[in-house]
Write a protein that binds this ligand. Structure first.
Ligand SMILES: Cc1ncc(COP(=O)(O)O)c(C=O)c1O
Length: 354
């Protein structure tokens, strides 16, 4: 059986490339204005063609979260990649070594084990690998919590054959970043150790990165498409949202209830900070509607607050809560541009969780 996806089928993620272009150029202009290097995170779009477009506009390289994403990007010809995720153990070292033979690679570490994994890879590849120290700036995820821990790890990196100390990185750009950067800068200077790059990430605070002294590089992903979360956090408007899901109303069992063909397999189960009351996405043409519940293939929509209600058979547009996870659920995306033919494009690096 050879199923060919049809551009008019639903549910379908649809991207407006004119909005993408505006989003990319706005971020690049911001970085240029403030002397920041832009290293976009491809976890949002997962497409080599879009990564190349970001590079053509001025990005210094790209960021990937997983080795599997980097493998796809390097196969497509991208040659400068930061993997912003701790890689641990010999299997990762072997895969990293294979990539380091083909491209300029950097990784992050907050432990001696991650540094040793990178060192094993550099030795096997006989190629240098940069290692950044990840530090905690309020996100309470990975990362060292003090400048002295960072210094200790940086010394280990500098002393390891084949490794280059890349600098410091954090995600997201939290409130504790400025104090930690300032303290690290004076501690490292006292030890005579330069910090080549300080890399910060996250679309919601991106346009404030220049307010944090010391930050020299910005890693942003979501800005390419935006979503209900970035709109809610004031980093974009609804008109800056380049991706929406097109879905069909497949049932209207009651006056107050519509069923759409976009469930958790299409929209993901991610909510916004407003919680379940705000639903699983924004119905662009029916903003009072609430996508109240998702089964795998059913979106259950509460229309009770709507003056106007969608009919069975109608196509509706949904802005996802969190666009990165939505993209990861789809094999292809319909790319549109006013005045140009629509094109179905594969999401090459989707599903690369290793
Ligand atoms: C390490 C790291 N850097 C950068 C980003 C990009 O963040 P955003 O998609 O908000 O731009 C992420 C997102 O998860 C991340 O985990």
């Amino acid at each position: 059986m050879n199923f060919q996806p049809h551009a008019d089928d639903t549910p379908m993620p649809v991207v407006d490339l004119a909005i993408v272009e505006a989003n990319l150029k706005r971020m690049q202009a911001y970085c240029d204005q403030h002397g920041l290097k832009l290293r976009p995170h491809i976890k949002t779009h997962k497409m080599p063609g879009l990564a190349k477009w970001q590079m053509e506009l001025g990005a210094v390289g790209i960021t990937c979260q997983k080795l599997g994403e980097a493998e796809i990007m390097i196969d497509a010809g991208i040659t400068d990649i930061l993997i912003s995720y701790p890689l641990i153990g010999p299997v990762k070292a072997a895969r990293l070594a294979a990539l380091a033979r083909k491209a300029t690679l950097a990784v992050v570490a907050d432990s001696t084990l991650a540094i040793d994994t990178a060192a094993e890879a550099a030795e096997a590849a006989d190629a240098p690998i940069s290692v950044f120290i990840e530090f905690e700036s309020g996100g309470r995820r990975a990362g060292v919590g003090s400048p002295s821990e960072a210094l200790e790890l940086a010394k280990r990196i500098s002393g390891a054959p084949g490794l280059i100390f890349g600098g410091l990185m954090t995600y997201p750009l939290g409130p504790e970043a400025a104090a930690l950067i300032a303290a690290a800068q004076s501690l490292f200077a006292a030890e005579g150790l330069a910090i080549p790059t300080i890399s910060a990430g996250g679309t919601p605070r991106a346009f404030h990165a220049h307010e944090v002294p010391g930050v020299t590089e910005l890693r942003v992903g979501t800005y390419i498409y935006n979503d209900r979360n970035t709109v809610g956090q004031g980093a974009a408007t609804l008109d800056d949202c380049a991706l929406h899901i097109e879905a069909t109303v497949v049932s209207r069992p009651t006056a107050d209830r519509a069923i759409i063909d976009a469930g958790s397999k299409t929209l993901s189960s991610d909510l916004t900070p407003g919680g379940a009351a705000r639903g699983y996405g924004l119905m662009r043409d029916y903003p009072e509607a609430v996508i109240a519940k998702l089964n795998e293939e059913h979106g259950i929509v509460d229309l009770s607050a709507c003056a106007r209600r969608p009919e069975i058979g109608e196509t509706v547009r949904i802005i996802p809560n969190h666009v990165c996870v939505v993209v990861n659920l789809h094999d292809e995306i319909l790319m549109t541009r006013p005045g140009a033919p629509d094109v179905l494009m594969p999401v090459d690096a989707r599903g690369r969780s290793r």
